[in-house]
Structure formats: C-alpha cells, structure tokens
Design a protein around this ligand. Structure first.
Ligand SMILES: [Ca+2]
Length: 348
C-alpha cells in the first residue's frame, strides 16, 4: 500500500467515500422515513443495510452533555492518556501549518463530488471558537455555481496507519448554506480510507460518517449515512458496502466516535450507538483519517448563483488498540488541553 499516495489518492481517483459512488449504490437501499432499515437483503450491488435506529440524542450544542461531561471529567483526578494517540485541537492559524503535523491539505481535482471540480487549500481556514476564546476551530468550505468549473471543495488527510482502535471527532454540521440559495445535496464528512489498489480489492477499507444536510442517495430529508466498505469497482460503479442511514437533523455540534474493535465497527453519535457493522466489511488495512465537504453531482439545484456551505471541526482523536467510549475520549481530550497539548502524534 502506498501510504504516501494515500492522501493524494483521494485526489487522483474516484474515491468512494466519502465517495463518489455511494451515490447510486446507496440509493438502492433506503430506509423508511425516519427509520433505519433493518433489511439485510443484498442487492445486485451487494449493498445491504442494517441498523438499530433511534433518534439522535438531543443536541449538545449549548450547555448540554458534552460540556458537562468534560467538566466532570476535569473535576476528577488526572485522566491517563492512551499510549499511542493522534490528537489535534486544530489550533492553527493557517492550513499552511498543517503539513508539519502530518496533514495533507488537498488541492487539484478528482472525485468525489462534481466532475471537473477542484479542491482548494484556501477553503480550509481557522477561527476562534465563538463560545470559547481559548479554543480554535477548523472550518472547511465548499462552493458551487452549478458547474464543475465553478465547484470548489475541501479535504484534509492524516496518513498515520490507523486500524484497530478508537477514532473520534467533534464536528459542527450545518444544514443551510452560509450564502446563496439552499438545496444542493452537500456531503459533510469524517472518515477513514485506504487507497484502492485494484478494482474490487478485497483488502480495501473505508469507514464513513457522511451527513447529507439536504438529503440525497434516496433520502429527501437530512440524513447521516454510516457506511463500512468491503470494496468497490470504479467503472462502471459498483459498491460493496453496508450502510445505515439515520434520517434525522444532525445540525450543530456532534461528537462522533468509531470503535474498530476485534471483529466489528461501532458508530456512536453523542455517545449513543447508531450502527454496528462487521463480517467482510471489517477493515483489513491501515487507513488515513480524513475530513471533507463536497457536492453530489446529481444533487445540484438549477442555479448559476454561488452557494457556499461549510463545516467546522473542533478536534480529532485516535487511540491505537484502545477501545474507548465517548466519555472516555472526551476526558482524554480535556486532559490533553489541561496539559497544554494542541497536537500529539505518537503513531509515526
Ligand atoms: Ca479546537
């Protein structure tokens, strides 16, 4: 596997993933409105879906659970930090500083998203957290005027050989564009991925949180897709994955956790288990950690006026081999902040 090409690979191929292709595939399995499908039927494209659906926990955007659990963790004695971690509080002032810490900020063209679109490093920026002046956030944007040439998306990748363990991020999802007319099918993501070494490579791996704020892939309402991949064929598109669509508004701050345990992958949103995927979908190969924001090509509204969408990321965390719950992850993040750590990687 070409680790060095990993971040780039997202650029020079049609990465599914957060991906170009979930499109046609995912639409073949849709959950009844408001419910996740429990069907295990496998279609021609080998897609199936399973989920135990329940409403996401109420937003922790204000003084909700996230903050209080952080506070209680901080009030107790020092939390021990997992031995091998990646932690980034995204305290940068410019994306130019990110490569020093192992991040690839994507430029150039390629999928997923609108054909002919480009990826801009200028669309990855940093700002003070409006609710905490001691904190900073990473902001990622995507804009379009309805054509490939006018579409700009953004992506960041950390190539660190990540496999078994706990992945987490605190993200702010937006349902509406920050400017322009609403309605485009926008994909806001946190995901892990390997390069596809050849079509239908069984050792391909990918795990996705993909929030479709304006629906898409067969959903008409805001939907979070939780997807674990066995593999895919780029052309003609053929996806082999298992995905759980959670049809619900996820706008606001969300703490996302993926546990890649011995033989299954578990997805948590704000501490609640939302999906468990295993079997052949379990990842075989070390992956990169990524965030991106992009438009579904068939999901653009009919307009040539500019629309701008964004997502914010507070921090990202990975613990190698350790299986942690959301509260434990938050406690470690709080401890790292108390220790003055804005970035740590002992994975390399
Ligand atoms: Ca931060």
């Amino acid at each position: 596997m070409l680790l060095a090409a990993c971040g780039g690979s997202d650029g020079n191929s049609d990465t599914p993933g957060s991906s170009s292709g979930s499109t046609s595939s995912a639409s073949s399995v849709t959950a009844p409105g408001g419910e996740g499908s429990t069907s295990s039927a496998t279609s021609h494209s080998s897609l199936n879906a399973s989920s135990a659906f329940s409403e996401p926990a109420s937003s922790s955007s204000s003084s909700g659970g996230t903050e209080s659990s952080l506070s209680s963790a901080a009030a107790s004695s020092a939390t021990s930090i997992s031995r091998h971690i990646l932690f980034d509080d995204f305290s940068y002032s410019s994306s130019n500083q990110m490569p020093t810490n192992g991040w690839y900020v994507r430029s150039g063209g390629g999928g997923p998203g609108v054909s002919g679109a480009s990826w801009s490093r200028d669309y990855v920026t940093f700002l003070a957290d409006p609710t905490d002046s001691s904190n900073r956030l990473m902001r990622m944007r995507a804009s379009t005027e309805g054509s490939g040439a006018t579409t700009i998306q953004s992506q960041v990748t950390h190539n660190g050989n990540y496999l078994r363990g706990t992945y987490a991020a605190r993200m702010y999802f937006y349902n509406d564009p920050v400017s322009g007319t609403d309605g485009d099918q926008i994909v806001e993501t946190f995901y892990t991925i390997t390069p596809l070494n050849f079509s239908m490579d069984p050792d391909y791996s990918e795990i996705d949180f993909e929030y479709l704020a304006n629906g898409g892939w067969g959903q008409s309402k805001p939907t979070m897709f939780l997807t674990t991949w066995e593999t895919y064929q780029p052309d003609p598109w053929l996806a082999d994955n298992i995905h759980t669509p959670i049809v619900a508004d996820h706008a606001g701050w969300r703490t996302l956790v993926i546990q890649v345990d011995e033989d299954e992958v578990r997805y948590y949103i704000d501490g609640a288990l939302r999906a468990t995927h295993g079997g052949k979908y379990y990842p075989e190969t070390p992956m990169s950690i990524n965030f991106n924001i992009w438009f579904i090509e068939e999901g653009l509204i009919n307009s040539t006026s500019q629309r701008v969408y964004q997502q914010d990321v507070d921090w990202v965390y990975f613990a190698d081999q350790d299986i942690l719950d959301t509260r434990e992850v938050e406690a470690q993040v709080e401890q790292l902040r108390q220790d003055g750590v804005s970035f740590r990687s002992d994975r390399d």
